[in-house]
Design a binder for this molecule. Structure first.
Ligand code: OFO
Length: 185
């Protein structure tokens, strides 16, 4: 390593040290890695159930959702490491494999998203307690993302309520379209 490289490596380490996460924030962000990873696995399990029960559109929606959750997990991993923390990759419990019907499945999605919103809000709370305004700023993306996700799942649940057990074929065809429309809005 030449002198210039060594200078920049030291500077990078110094900046990392100055802006290091507090232990409390690091712990709660690491805990969130597990929640995002579990969300991804949960939606994969749901997608598999949907595929096995003839809901191909719903399966596609859930596979895309699982991918998004995986990306969320990666965001937490890189942020923790960039801020001088240590991202830990967790072991995960197995998500449920059976659902009563499509209504039950989306009920579970909604409940799960509400739990995630709660934990994101808890992170915001810790940012305030620890006066870490950079992380507070960074986590806002997730606050907004949760608002959008809860909104889109609520819309699906409302649709399902309206159609009851009829027209599920059309619902299944529509659902991917609903996702595309929401992401363009
Ligand atoms: Fe459900 O979104 Fe991740 O955070």
């Amino acid at each position: 390593m030449n002198k210039t490289d060594a200078f920049f490596v030291t500077l990078k380490l110094y900046i990392k040290f100055i802006f290091m996460l507090t232990q409390m924030l690091e712990n709660i962000l690491v805990a969130q890695i597990e929640k995002e990873a579990y969300s991804s696995n949960l939606y994969l399990a749901m997608a598999s159930w949907a595929e096995n029960n003839g809901f191909e559109g719903t399966a596609q929606w859930l596979y895309l959702q699982a991918e998004e959750e995986h990306i969320h997990m990666l965001k937490f991993i890189t942020y923790i490491n960039e801020r001088g923390g240590k991202a830990v990759i967790p072991a995960l419990k197995q998500p449920p494999i059976d659902y009563i019907d499509i209504h039950d499945l989306f009920d579970q999605v909604y409940k799960h998203e509400r739990l995630i919103s709660k934990s994101i809000n808890e992170i915001v709370g810790v940012c305030m307690e620890e006066k870490d305004y950079s992380t507070s700023n960074w986590i806002q993306w997730f606050v907004n993302e949760q608002i959008e996700e809860e909104k889109s799942v609520k819309l699906i649940l409302d649709k399902l309520k309206l159609i009851g057990l009829h027209s599920l074929y059309l619902f299944d065809k529509d659902i991917v379209l609903m996702r595309n429309t929401a992401s363009k809005a």
